[in-house]
Ligand binder design. Structure first.
Ligand SMILES: [Fe+2]
Length: 176
């Protein structure tokens, strides 16, 4: 089974009052480093917010707003990972950075198409984003964990994620 298909997905609910999440965080999504997991959980939360915006039909403006936040946060998250890779002398830094650039380009292209063509965000698009996120977490990020841990990064961290706290301050509506 492709890695991307191992993310838990639940069918769209009959009622939109309590929509089930598009992605449920499971231990298999963990890269084994709390700070990075917290950042990935925020990406998952944003994707689930996008799902809710579509299910509750609050209009494409809200969905586009959440997509914009997802892109903004992705940029920040990638920058954090790239900084850590450089500071910790990760040997595959260049390849991983290129993968980030490709992932960001994919989602920016998608955003441009939506804006240019005036289309709404569809379930097909949501599933594209779900796969996009899973590729990032499960196929690229896991590869740096052994190196990060060997260079002294703490796997467990009791305090709340710094980036999540900063993001919450910058975007008060963001999930905590
Ligand atoms: Fe990541």
């Amino acid at each position: 089974m492709p890695l991307a298909d191992t993310l838990s997905t639940r069918a769209a609910p009959r009622s939109v009052a309590t929509p089930a999440p598009l992605i449920v965080w499971t231990p298999e999504l963990s890269v084994g480093i709390d700070e990075i997991d917290a950042q990935h959980k925020l990406l998952v939360d944003l994707l689930n917010q996008l799902h809710v915006a579509i299910l509750t039909q609050h209009g494409s403006a809200e969905a586009m707003h959440v997509l914009h936040e997802l892109i903004d946060y992705t940029r920040i998250h990638f920058a954090v990972e790239e900084s850590l890779m450089r500071v910790l002398g990760y040997p595959d830094y260049e390849a991983h950075k290129a993968s980030h650039e490709q992932l960001l380009e994919q989602v920016l292209n998608l955003q441009r198409r939506l804006i240019d063509e005036g289309q709404g965000i569809t379930f097909e698009l949501l599933h594209f984003l779900k796969r996009w996120l899973s590729v990032h977490i499960m196929e690229t990020d896991r590869s740096y964990t052994p190196h990060f841990l060997a260079r002294g990064i703490q796997a467990r961290y009791e305090k709340p994620s710094l980036l999540r706290r900063l993001w919450s301050r910058a975007a008060p509506g963001a999930p905590r």
